[in-house]
Write a protein that binds this ligand. Structure first.
Ligand code: DGY
Length: 329
């Protein structure tokens, strides 16, 4: 019997056709509707491999649904949706898609920064809605980006690449990270600071830290209060890293100047979400890595990781480093 791979979203056939000869492959039939938990559970009962999305909760119930699951390949660099500890205990490899999405996600993060600073979305809507009656000196005046201070919280590969983009704008770069990165300091002139100092000094505060128990709710009411009134807050990591109500209140009270958000506490958000009522918020639907090229590369990397594990070899981008290939898989 061929090993069974279940894919929790409809992916382009071109990405999966190469593995159909060797494996039994089934995809959830919708591109834009998540697989219901009960369907995922029933597929997980018979699956040797799952190719999952960041919106799927891969918890103990799913991981223990059957007894032949060997690998979960998540189509994202983040893996906070997967119970990695349980996967490790069960000998299930967990894989993600780092590296291939670094530049694309950094591009989007910087685009978000620029859009929020220069009021791009507001200005584009202003023209489209027929409100442009004359040129005027302070029409939709935004904030400069060049020579300002960018503070990056979470100096992983994406953080480093955002910092690289910032050098092109002659920005002062501050960063805060669990570990200091001397090579980035040397290469890009980034300065390591405490979280508190970064919060107080940044004109643009960019959140790129992964969601972990330590970073959950990192940006509290008190943190927003300590930011400059002219500061713009950007989040391209995970929604639960911030207290969304506190961000909303800080924006309404004028404690900070604006926000650019690619991620939210509970996704997807609907049109009634309070943050969407604020003109100084640019909101995007979690599209950090979403270019056709990068998403295709991410899908291929997931497939490579799955086939590596099913072939009994080490996958390229393993999350649970203590996992070992099974002999005679
Ligand atoms: C990821 O892959 O984890 C990012 O959220 C990309 O958008």
């Amino acid at each position: 019997m061929k090993p069974y791979i279940y894919i929790t979203r409809k992916l382009p056939e071109a990405v999966v056709e190469s593995i159909r000869q060797t494996y039994e492959v089934k995809m959830w039939e919708h591109e834009d509707i998540p697989v219901p938990k009960e369907v995922l559970f029933s597929e997980a009962q018979k699956a040797d491999a799952l190719l999952t999305m960041l919106s799927d909760q891969i918890d103990e119930e799913i991981l223990t649904a059957g007894n032949q699951l060997k690998v979960v390949a998540n189509l994202a660099v983040g893996f906070d949706n997967i119970d990695v500890k349980t996967a490790s205990r069960l000998g299930i490899a967990v894989c993600n898609t780092p590296d291939v999405l670094t530049d694309t996600t950094a591009d989007l993060t910087f685009a978000l920064l620029m859009a929020a600073a220069r009021r791009i979305v507001e200005a584009a809507e202003f023209v489209k809605e027929g409100n442009w009656k004359s040129w005027s000196p302070l029409l939709l005046a935004g904030h400069d980006i060049h020579h300002k201070t960018i503070g990056i919280v979470g100096m992983g590969k994406i953080g480093e690449t955002v910092a690289k983009r910032a050098t092109g704008f002659d920005m002062n770069i501050l960063y805060h990270n669990r570990t200091r990165k001397p090579e980035i300091e040397q290469k890009l002139g980034a300065v390591f600071t405490s979280f508190e100092e970064l919060v107080e000094k940044s004109d643009f505060l960019v959140c790129l830290t992964p969601l972990t128990p330590e970073t959950k709710n990192l940006f509290t009411r008190d943190v927003f209060k300590k930011m400059k009134q002219s500061a713009i807050f950007l989040n391209a990591s995970r929604g639960p890293v911030i207290d969304e109500q506190a961000l909303y209140d800080a924006l309404v009270a004028g404690e900070i100047a604006g926000a650019g958000l690619d991620v939210f506490e509970k996704e997807p958000i609907n049109a009634e979400h309070p943050l969407l009522t604020l003109p100084n918020v640019v909101a995007l639907p979690h599209i950090g890595s979403s270019s056709v090229e990068t998403r295709t590369d991410m899908m291929k990397l997931c497939i490579d990781n799955i086939t590596a594990v099913l072939d009994g070899t080490e996958p390229k981008t393993l999350v649970n480093k203590d996992w070992k290939p099974l002999v005679n898989a």
